[in-house]
Design a protein around this ligand. Structure first.
Ligand code: FAD
Ligand code: SF4
Ligand code: SF4
Length: 399
């Protein structure tokens, strides 16, 4: 860790909403700069100083083993599994494992508050970060707000509240900044529950995506890019709409992802204690990665509420990844009938379980590597972590 003076940050001034952030166009609006912790932005911001390797070692007490394929891809971990809630939480993104862990931690007194993100009254996708102090407040934060979210904007409130034990739920860029200032928060114990994250967008970008892709953008309550190579939209009336990835209007959508997310290599949330996603698990199951003893303690609290099974892996992603690289680069869109056919074929013979997760990591890292090289070439060497360089090296990239 760098030597930073713990008394100085309170004199720093949060930036006003809408003002240019220190990371400029690469800012992912993680919320740190909305607080006096902006004082540490140079060391903390994932887009100014990439420190995943160093923070992984200090957080998990050992570095990622780059010689082990599972650690290379999914980060430091003790165990992985597929899981689903025996009684899913209605309206959660998947089965609600994230909300359930948070509720259990609060109810058992392990923490006094939970940083999570609800939505504004007017707009179900407008993120509103809060420190939840009741199970009801945690439940009101269920389901993804699929936009950049300033989760760390509540950090000043934590220090002022005098809380000593805290759970933070968040995505990779938020958690890197959090880990960098962790020692300054005055906590006795910090727990971090992460989700994977990729291809995030601003609120305006989300609108464009919904309007270009869904048959009824105004009734979408959630969506997910699934293992069957289709986007699944859930609508207000409970109906589901699926659109094949290959039929997405990539020529229109190419520019909607936020520049931060086109430059991000922390898809699997390397610095969380435990990560709950879906992409390494069979369809309709969630995927849990326990990184350290704290993560194990968190999982134990809900184990009796879960069905679990070992992780599985099937197929060969590499040809599909290699083909996806130029296709994305040239913004190729297949006609819908061909896209549907391709989706069906890939679903039958394509990568499943951990191999699907590796497919998604490979294709996003290759795309993002090219983006950084072309748009921020001077940052490439320091910004791309060693594990991501090794992953990208497996493929032939266009210039
Ligand atoms: P729930 O119980 O519904 O709880 C969801 C939690 O997420 C809430 O506590 C809320 O505070 C938090 N949250 C919601 N929106 C945000 C946000 N914008 N930033 C930070 N925290 C938020 N998993 C994969 O395996 N592969 C992916 O490619 C992938 N992409 C994702 C992209 C985004 C933008 C997000 C937010 C998540 C992504 N996930 C991905 C995680 C996955 O979609 C689920 O969130 C996760 O499996 C938890 O499901 P759940 O039912 O247990 O969550
Ligand atoms: Fe500040 Fe976070 Fe934006 Fe970096 S990503 S400039 S830390 S708000
Ligand atoms: Fe942050 Fe990366 Fe997710 Fe974008 S893709 S919101 S930069 S974790």
């Amino acid at each position: 860790m760098t030597s930073i003076d713990s008394s100085k940050h309170k004199k720093a001034k949060a930036l006003k909403p809408g003002s240019v952030r220190p990371a400029k166009e690469l800012c992912s609006e993680c919320g740190l700069c909305d607080t006096y912790y902006i004082h540490y932005v140079k060391e903390a911001c994932a887009f100014i100083t990439q420190r995943i390797d160093e923070l992984e070692t200090s957080t998990h007490k050992r570095p990622r083993n780059l010689e082990d394929e599972n650690e290379l891809y999914f980060g430091v971990h003790q165990e992985m599994m597929s899981a689903r809630k025996q009684q899913p939480i209605e309206g959660a993104q998947w089965t609600g494992i994230v909300s359930s862990i948070a509720i259990e931690m609060l109810n058992r007194g392990l923490v006094e508050g939970v940083v999570c993100v609800q939505n504004s009254k007017e707009d179900r996708f407008q993120p509103m970060p809060i420190i939840a102090r009741t199970a009801e407040e945690i439940l009101a934060a269920k389901v993804n707000k699929p936009t950049l979210s300033p989760n760390l904007s509540v950090l000043e409130e934590i220090e002022k509240s005098g809380m000593k034990r805290l759970l933070v739920i968040g995505v990779g860029c938020q958690i890197q900044a959090l880990r960098a200032v962790e020692k300054k928060l005055g906590l006795e114990k910090l727990y971090v529950l992460g989700t994977p994250c990729v291809d995030n967008v601003t609120r305006a970008g989300l609108q464009k995506f919904l309007e270009t892709t869904s048959r009824s953008p105004e009734t979408v309550v959630s969506y997910e890019f699934m293992q069957d190579f289709r986007v699944h939209f859930k609508h207000e009336d409970g109906s589901e709409e699926t659109v094949p990835f290959f039929g997405l209007k990539t020529n229109v959508l190419k520019d909607i992802f936020a520049p931060s997310c086109m430059s991000c290599f922390d898809y699997v949330n390397s610095l969380a204690d435990i990560v709950v996603g879906y992409m390494g698990a069979p369809y309709q199951w969630q995927w849990i990665v326990v990184r350290n003893d704290t993560g194990k303690e968190m999982l134990e609290l809900v184990k009796d509420q879960l069905h679990t099974q070992p992780v599985m892996s099937q197929g060969n992603r590499k040809p599909a990844v290699q083909q996806s690289i130029p296709a994305y680069d040239q913004a190729v869109t297949l006609p819908m009938w061909a896209a549907k056919l391709m989706g069906v074929v890939i679903d039958k013979i394509g990568p499943k379980g951990l191999e699907y997760a590796r497919f998604s990591i490979d294709s996003h890292f290759a795309r993002n590597y090219l983006y950084v090289k072309r748009n921020h070439g001077e940052k490439l060497e320091a910004h791309v972590p060693e594990f991501a360089k090794r992953i990208v090296e497996q493929y032939k990239l266009p210039e």
